[in-house]
Design a protein around this ligand. Sequence first.
Ligand SMILES: N[C@H](CCC[C@H](N)C(=O)O)C(=O)O
Length: 284
Amino acid sequence: MKSFQFTKMHGLGNNYIYVNMFEERIEEAQLPNVAVNVSNVYTGIGSDGLILICPSDIAPVKMRIFNNDGSEGKNCGNGLRCVAKYAYEHKIVEETEFQIETLSGVVDAKVVVEDGIVTEVTVDMGEPRLQRSQIPMTGDDTSQVVAEKAIFGGEEYEITTVSMGNPHVIFYLNDIEEAPLTTLGPIVEKDARFPEGVNVEFVEVVNEHELHFRVWERGSGITQACGTGACAAVVASVLNNRTKRNVPTTVHLAGGDLEITWTTEGRVLMKGPAEVICTGEYYY
Ligand SMILES: N[C@H](CCC[C@H](N)C(=O)O)C(=O)O
Protein backbone atom coordinates (compact mmCIF):
# COMPACT_ATOMS: atom_id res chain seq x y z
CA MET A 1 0.00 0.00 0.00
CA LYS A 2 1.48 3.33 -1.07
CA SER A 3 0.61 6.71 0.40
CA PHE A 4 1.41 10.40 0.14
CA GLN A 5 0.90 13.51 2.27
CA PHE A 6 -1.60 16.00 0.82
CA THR A 7 -3.00 19.45 1.51
CA LYS A 8 -6.56 20.20 0.41
CA MET A 9 -6.91 23.87 -0.59
CA HIS A 10 -9.50 25.96 -2.39
CA GLY A 11 -9.85 29.21 -4.29
CA LEU A 12 -13.48 30.38 -3.93
CA GLY A 13 -14.62 26.79 -3.47
CA ASN A 14 -12.67 25.43 -6.48
CA ASN A 15 -10.88 22.81 -4.45
CA TYR A 16 -7.99 20.49 -5.28
CA ILE A 17 -5.79 17.92 -3.55
CA TYR A 18 -2.28 19.39 -3.56
CA VAL A 19 0.82 17.20 -3.35
CA ASN A 20 4.28 18.61 -2.64
CA MET A 21 6.43 16.78 -5.19
CA PHE A 22 9.58 18.23 -3.66
CA GLU A 23 8.90 15.66 -0.91
CA GLU A 24 6.53 13.02 -2.42
CA ARG A 25 6.78 10.65 -5.38
CA ILE A 26 3.88 9.39 -7.52
CA GLU A 27 4.48 7.24 -10.64
CA GLU A 28 3.81 9.38 -13.76
CA ALA A 29 1.60 6.68 -15.29
CA GLN A 30 -0.57 6.57 -12.17
CA LEU A 31 -1.31 10.31 -12.05
CA PRO A 32 -4.58 10.29 -14.07
CA ASN A 33 -6.02 7.47 -11.97
CA VAL A 34 -4.83 9.07 -8.72
CA ALA A 35 -6.57 12.31 -9.81
CA VAL A 36 -9.83 10.44 -10.47
CA ASN A 37 -9.62 8.47 -7.24
CA VAL A 38 -8.69 11.30 -4.82
CA SER A 39 -11.48 13.42 -6.33
CA ASN A 40 -14.16 10.81 -5.58
CA VAL A 41 -16.22 12.08 -2.64
CA TYR A 42 -17.37 8.53 -1.70
CA THR A 43 -14.19 6.49 -1.97
CA GLY A 44 -11.55 9.23 -2.04
CA ILE A 45 -11.05 12.64 -0.45
CA GLY A 46 -13.43 14.58 -2.70
CA SER A 47 -12.18 17.46 -4.90
CA ASP A 48 -12.25 19.06 -8.34
CA GLY A 49 -8.95 17.32 -9.11
CA LEU A 50 -5.27 16.94 -8.23
CA ILE A 51 -2.56 19.60 -8.34
CA LEU A 52 1.15 18.80 -8.08
CA ILE A 53 3.60 21.36 -6.67
CA CYS A 54 6.80 20.41 -8.49
CA PRO A 55 10.42 21.47 -8.88
CA SER A 56 11.11 23.41 -12.09
CA ASP A 57 14.20 24.17 -14.20
CA ILE A 58 12.97 27.66 -15.10
CA ALA A 59 11.13 28.92 -11.99
CA PRO A 60 11.19 28.30 -8.23
CA VAL A 61 8.11 26.06 -8.57
CA LYS A 62 5.94 24.37 -11.22
CA MET A 63 2.20 23.62 -11.10
CA ARG A 64 0.62 20.58 -12.82
CA ILE A 65 -3.14 20.25 -12.70
CA PHE A 66 -5.34 17.18 -13.30
CA ASN A 67 -9.13 17.51 -13.58
CA ASN A 68 -11.36 15.01 -11.76
CA ASP A 69 -11.74 12.97 -14.96
CA GLY A 70 -7.97 12.42 -14.97
CA SER A 71 -7.24 14.78 -17.89
CA GLU A 72 -4.29 17.13 -17.43
CA GLY A 73 -5.10 20.83 -17.75
CA LYS A 74 -2.60 23.42 -18.99
CA ASN A 75 -3.47 26.15 -16.52
CA CYS A 76 -5.58 26.79 -13.42
CA GLY A 77 -6.10 30.26 -11.97
CA ASN A 78 -7.48 29.19 -8.58
CA GLY A 79 -4.78 26.54 -8.44
CA LEU A 80 -2.05 29.10 -9.07
CA ARG A 81 -3.16 31.22 -6.12
CA CYS A 82 -3.13 28.15 -3.85
CA VAL A 83 0.28 27.01 -5.16
CA ALA A 84 1.64 30.52 -4.48
CA LYS A 85 0.27 30.40 -0.93
CA TYR A 86 1.71 26.92 -0.31
CA ALA A 87 5.10 27.78 -1.83
CA TYR A 88 5.50 30.86 0.39
CA GLU A 89 4.19 29.30 3.62
CA HIS A 90 6.33 26.15 3.16
CA LYS A 91 9.43 28.22 2.32
CA ILE A 92 9.77 26.83 -1.21
CA VAL A 93 10.17 30.53 -1.99
CA GLU A 94 11.46 33.29 0.32
CA GLU A 95 10.20 36.33 -1.63
CA THR A 96 6.63 37.64 -1.83
CA GLU A 97 6.95 37.99 -5.60
CA PHE A 98 8.03 34.94 -7.64
CA GLN A 99 7.37 32.98 -10.82
CA ILE A 100 5.39 29.76 -11.24
CA GLU A 101 5.83 27.48 -14.26
CA THR A 102 2.71 26.00 -15.85
CA LEU A 103 2.22 23.85 -18.95
CA SER A 104 1.18 27.01 -20.79
CA GLY A 105 4.09 29.21 -19.70
CA VAL A 106 5.52 31.02 -16.68
CA VAL A 107 3.36 33.42 -14.63
CA ASP A 108 4.27 36.06 -12.01
CA ALA A 109 2.69 35.69 -8.57
CA LYS A 110 2.58 38.22 -5.70
CA VAL A 111 1.39 37.25 -2.22
CA VAL A 112 0.04 39.44 0.60
CA VAL A 113 1.26 38.10 3.96
CA GLU A 114 -0.22 38.80 7.41
CA ASP A 115 1.52 37.18 10.43
CA GLY A 116 3.24 34.67 8.12
CA ILE A 117 -0.02 33.62 6.43
CA VAL A 118 -0.81 34.42 2.79
CA THR A 119 -4.20 36.18 2.75
CA GLU A 120 -4.40 37.27 -0.90
CA VAL A 121 -2.64 36.44 -4.16
CA THR A 122 -2.33 38.40 -7.40
CA VAL A 123 -1.23 36.47 -10.49
CA ASP A 124 -0.20 38.09 -13.77
CA MET A 125 -1.76 35.48 -16.06
CA GLY A 126 -0.01 36.87 -19.14
CA GLU A 127 -1.67 37.69 -22.45
CA PRO A 128 -4.84 35.97 -23.67
CA ARG A 129 -4.56 33.99 -26.90
CA LEU A 130 -7.35 35.06 -29.26
CA GLN A 131 -6.70 33.49 -32.66
CA ARG A 132 -9.06 30.62 -33.42
CA SER A 133 -6.14 28.25 -33.88
CA GLN A 134 -4.79 29.21 -30.41
CA ILE A 135 -8.00 28.28 -28.58
CA PRO A 136 -7.96 25.80 -30.43
CA MET A 137 -11.17 25.86 -32.45
CA THR A 138 -11.69 24.52 -35.98
CA GLY A 139 -12.25 26.98 -38.85
CA ASP A 140 -10.29 29.88 -40.39
CA ASP A 141 -7.23 29.84 -38.14
CA THR A 142 -6.32 33.52 -38.39
CA SER A 143 -9.62 34.93 -37.19
CA GLN A 144 -10.84 35.67 -33.68
CA VAL A 145 -14.17 34.29 -32.42
CA VAL A 146 -16.14 37.29 -31.07
CA ALA A 147 -19.94 37.14 -30.94
CA GLU A 148 -19.87 34.43 -33.64
CA LYS A 149 -23.08 32.52 -34.32
CA ALA A 150 -22.84 28.81 -33.57
CA ILE A 151 -25.38 26.00 -33.23
CA PHE A 152 -25.21 23.60 -30.26
CA GLY A 153 -27.89 21.04 -29.50
CA GLY A 154 -30.01 22.38 -32.37
CA GLU A 155 -30.13 25.94 -30.95
CA GLU A 156 -28.27 29.02 -32.27
CA TYR A 157 -26.04 30.96 -29.84
CA GLU A 158 -23.45 33.74 -30.03
CA ILE A 159 -20.03 32.65 -28.71
CA THR A 160 -16.72 34.29 -27.91
CA THR A 161 -13.61 32.18 -27.36
CA VAL A 162 -10.47 33.02 -25.37
CA SER A 163 -7.47 30.93 -24.33
CA MET A 164 -5.62 31.62 -21.08
CA GLY A 165 -3.34 28.73 -21.95
CA ASN A 166 -6.46 26.60 -21.66
CA PRO A 167 -9.59 26.88 -23.84
CA HIS A 168 -12.71 28.87 -22.91
CA VAL A 169 -15.99 29.62 -24.68
CA ILE A 170 -18.23 32.37 -23.29
CA PHE A 171 -22.03 32.65 -23.64
CA TYR A 172 -23.83 35.84 -22.52
CA LEU A 173 -27.29 35.75 -20.92
CA ASN A 174 -29.64 38.15 -19.12
CA ASP A 175 -30.03 36.16 -15.90
CA ILE A 176 -27.15 34.09 -14.54
CA GLU A 177 -29.61 31.95 -12.56
CA GLU A 178 -30.84 30.59 -15.90
CA ALA A 179 -27.38 29.41 -17.03
CA PRO A 180 -27.93 26.02 -18.77
CA LEU A 181 -24.91 24.51 -17.02
CA THR A 182 -25.90 20.83 -17.00
CA THR A 183 -27.68 20.84 -20.38
CA LEU A 184 -25.47 22.98 -22.63
CA GLY A 185 -22.22 22.60 -20.66
CA PRO A 186 -21.43 18.96 -21.44
CA ILE A 187 -22.56 19.26 -25.06
CA VAL A 188 -20.23 22.22 -25.77
CA GLU A 189 -17.34 20.81 -23.66
CA LYS A 190 -16.98 17.84 -26.01
CA ASP A 191 -18.05 19.52 -29.30
CA ALA A 192 -15.81 18.51 -32.24
CA ARG A 193 -15.20 22.18 -33.09
CA PHE A 194 -12.98 22.21 -29.94
CA PRO A 195 -10.42 19.48 -30.67
CA GLU A 196 -8.96 19.73 -27.13
CA GLY A 197 -12.35 20.19 -25.46
CA VAL A 198 -13.34 23.50 -23.86
CA ASN A 199 -14.32 25.14 -20.57
CA VAL A 200 -17.86 26.54 -20.90
CA GLU A 201 -18.70 29.84 -19.21
CA PHE A 202 -21.99 31.75 -18.83
CA VAL A 203 -21.84 35.48 -18.10
CA GLU A 204 -24.40 38.11 -17.09
CA VAL A 205 -23.03 41.66 -17.47
CA VAL A 206 -24.02 43.82 -14.46
CA ASN A 207 -22.18 46.98 -15.59
CA GLU A 208 -18.88 48.13 -17.16
CA HIS A 209 -16.85 46.70 -14.26
CA GLU A 210 -18.96 43.84 -12.86
CA LEU A 211 -20.00 40.39 -14.16
CA HIS A 212 -21.92 37.39 -12.87
CA PHE A 213 -20.27 34.11 -13.90
CA ARG A 214 -20.97 30.38 -13.85
CA VAL A 215 -18.90 27.55 -15.33
CA TRP A 216 -19.02 24.00 -16.61
CA GLU A 217 -15.33 23.06 -16.58
CA ARG A 218 -13.61 20.80 -19.09
CA GLY A 219 -12.81 17.60 -17.25
CA SER A 220 -14.50 18.54 -13.97
CA GLY A 221 -18.06 19.71 -14.73
CA ILE A 222 -19.67 22.38 -12.54
CA THR A 223 -17.19 24.00 -10.14
CA GLN A 224 -17.70 26.86 -7.69
CA ALA A 225 -15.11 28.98 -9.48
CA CYS A 226 -12.70 28.98 -12.44
CA GLY A 227 -9.87 31.49 -12.33
CA THR A 228 -8.78 31.16 -15.95
CA GLY A 229 -12.46 31.26 -16.89
CA ALA A 230 -12.98 34.52 -15.02
CA CYS A 231 -9.98 35.98 -16.88
CA ALA A 232 -11.41 34.75 -20.19
CA ALA A 233 -14.82 36.23 -19.34
CA VAL A 234 -13.32 39.69 -18.71
CA VAL A 235 -11.29 39.56 -21.95
CA ALA A 236 -14.39 38.44 -23.88
CA SER A 237 -16.47 41.22 -22.31
CA VAL A 238 -13.94 43.87 -23.41
CA LEU A 239 -13.87 42.36 -26.91
CA ASN A 240 -17.69 42.61 -26.94
CA ASN A 241 -17.56 46.24 -25.69
CA ARG A 242 -19.40 45.31 -22.50
CA THR A 243 -16.59 46.12 -20.02
CA LYS A 244 -13.52 48.33 -20.18
CA ARG A 245 -9.83 47.62 -20.73
CA ASN A 246 -7.53 48.48 -17.78
CA VAL A 247 -10.47 48.71 -15.34
CA PRO A 248 -10.44 46.25 -12.39
CA THR A 249 -13.55 44.15 -12.99
CA THR A 250 -15.34 42.25 -10.22
CA VAL A 251 -16.38 38.77 -11.33
CA HIS A 252 -19.05 37.22 -9.08
CA LEU A 253 -18.53 33.47 -9.23
CA ALA A 254 -20.67 30.93 -7.37
CA GLY A 255 -17.95 30.63 -4.69
CA GLY A 256 -17.11 34.33 -4.37
CA ASP A 257 -15.48 37.28 -6.14
CA LEU A 258 -12.30 37.71 -8.17
CA GLU A 259 -10.87 41.02 -9.36
CA ILE A 260 -9.67 40.74 -12.95
CA THR A 261 -7.97 43.46 -15.03
CA TRP A 262 -7.02 43.23 -18.70
CA THR A 263 -4.32 45.90 -18.83
CA THR A 264 -3.56 48.16 -21.78
CA GLU A 265 -0.17 46.42 -21.97
CA GLY A 266 -2.18 43.28 -22.78
CA ARG A 267 -1.67 41.21 -19.63
CA VAL A 268 -4.49 39.81 -17.48
CA LEU A 269 -4.17 40.29 -13.70
CA MET A 270 -6.18 38.05 -11.35
CA LYS A 271 -6.51 38.90 -7.62
CA GLY A 272 -8.24 36.72 -5.05
CA PRO A 273 -8.04 34.44 -2.02
CA ALA A 274 -6.48 31.02 -1.44
CA GLU A 275 -7.30 28.89 1.61
CA VAL A 276 -6.16 25.67 3.27
CA ILE A 277 -8.94 23.21 4.18
CA CYS A 278 -7.00 20.30 5.67
CA THR A 279 -3.91 18.11 5.44
CA GLY A 280 -3.56 14.37 5.64
CA GLU A 281 -2.17 11.12 4.28
CA TYR A 282 -3.82 9.41 1.27
CA TYR A 283 -3.43 5.63 0.80
CA TYR A 284 -3.64 4.01 -2.68
N1 LIG B 1 -10.73 22.55 -16.24
C1 LIG B 1 -9.58 23.38 -16.69
C2 LIG B 1 -8.46 23.33 -15.65
C3 LIG B 1 -8.87 23.99 -14.32
C4 LIG B 1 -9.14 25.45 -14.50
C5 LIG B 1 -9.87 26.14 -13.36
N2 LIG B 1 -10.21 25.34 -12.21
C6 LIG B 1 -9.22 27.45 -12.97
O1 LIG B 1 -9.28 27.86 -11.80
O2 LIG B 1 -8.67 28.13 -13.90
C7 LIG B 1 -9.07 22.84 -18.04
O3 LIG B 1 -9.11 21.64 -18.26
O4 LIG B 1 -8.65 23.68 -18.84
